[in-house]
Design a protein around this ligand. Structure first.
Ligand SMILES: [Fe+2]
Ligand SMILES: [Fe+2]
Length: 178
């Protein structure tokens, strides 16, 4: 367990401080622009998790156990995923205009990420979250196993473990709502 971001926040499962960004080997990522673009896309969707969390919190506002987990575990962990991946992209691939690309993504995503677009029932929304979390855990597991650069492997392995835990939590809530 690592130092929390704020005094009253529970500790995150791991910290960006333990990622050795100084050891990124750019030669191992040379020619891997498609892979780096995937990592950049992942950083966008992870870093904007506060938008989706706000919707889910509003959607679940009379269920304190769900709201507490979303606010104090899910959101900070997802945002850390985004921050860790962003730093990776900006370090390993400084030519990529991360901020400009993110602004374009933000404008488009913000229009789609609406409370009204959540599933029509809580159990279905929890199923949707389970699908996403199992998809993200698969994606990061793929990155951890196939990325040629060791620091990216490390980050992806840590995130994949978080996503499996997220799946388990949403599955737990699904069983409650079913
Ligand atoms: Fe994530
Ligand atoms: Fe997740």
């Amino acid at each position: 367990m690592n130092t929390p971001a704020a005094d009253d926040a529970p500790p995150l499962p791991w910290s960006m401080e333990s990622i050795r960004y100084d050891r990124i080997d750019p030669h191992r990522s040379a020619g891997e622009e498609t892979l780096l673009r995937l990592v950049a896309c992942a950083s966008f969707i992870e870093i904007i998790s506060d938008r989706y969390t706000a919707n889910l919190v509003e959607y679940s506002r009379d269920d304190p156990a769900v709201v507490d987990w979303l606010r104090h575990h899910w959101e900070p962990e997802e945002r850390q995923h985004g921050a860790a991946l962003r730093r990776y992209v900006q370090t390993a691939w400084p030519q990529f205009a991360w901020e400009r690309a993110y602004q374009g993504f933000y404008a488009e995503y913000s229009r789609c990420c609406q409370l009204e677009r959540l599933a029509p029932s809580r159990s279905l929304e929890m199923v949707a979250r389970c699908v996403i979390e199992s998809g993200t855990s698969s994606f990061y597991r793929f990155l951890a196993e196939s990325a040629p650069e060791p620091v990216l492997k490390d980050i992806a392995g840590r995130i994949a473990a978080d996503e499996v835990r997220h799946y388990k939590n949403f599955y737990h809530f699904f069983r409650r709502y079913r």
